[in-house]
Design a protein around this ligand. Structure first.
Ligand SMILES: [Zn+2]
Length: 121
């Protein structure tokens, strides 16, 4: 558990660096809101990431009052055999629910992105 939290804190810190860099480039007074997209297979626990953000943002006046929204992106695959696409919860040995093939391409669910942010300039 402890290891997981360290992971989320380091991700929050690097996203925070990116957000403040963008804010400074735009001569912003502050960041008012941030939307993140986090995929189910990214290995990030969304609650832990939100907790980490809420804790560290207070140390940075640019982002201290920002609202952080995190979108949980489901895991979608496309089957290379039958060409169907579908959502799955599992990331461990996923197989196609239609033809049972293991030859799957991942379509979404690996995201770890800053989708957009609002700045006050
Ligand atoms: Zn299939």
């Amino acid at each position: 558990m402890r290891k997981t939290q360290v992971h989320e804190v380091s991700i929050a810190l690097s996203m925070m660096d990116e957000l403040t860099r963008i804010a400074k480039e735009n001569d912003a007074k502050s960041i008012t809101s941030v939307n993140l997209r986090i995929g189910r297979s990214s290995g990030i626990v969304i609650d832990s990431l939100k907790f980490a953000f809420d804790a560290i943002k207070l140390e940075n006046s640019l982002i201290a009052s920002a609202e952080i929204h995190i979108e949980d992106v489901p895991l979608r695959y496309k089957c290379s055999e039958c060409e169907k696409d579908f959502e799955l919860e599992s990331i461990h040995f996923p197989s196609c629910p239609f033809c049972k093939s293991f030859r799957l391409k991942i379509l979404s669910g690996e995201e770890m992105d800053i989708a957009n942010m609002e700045l006050e300039v």
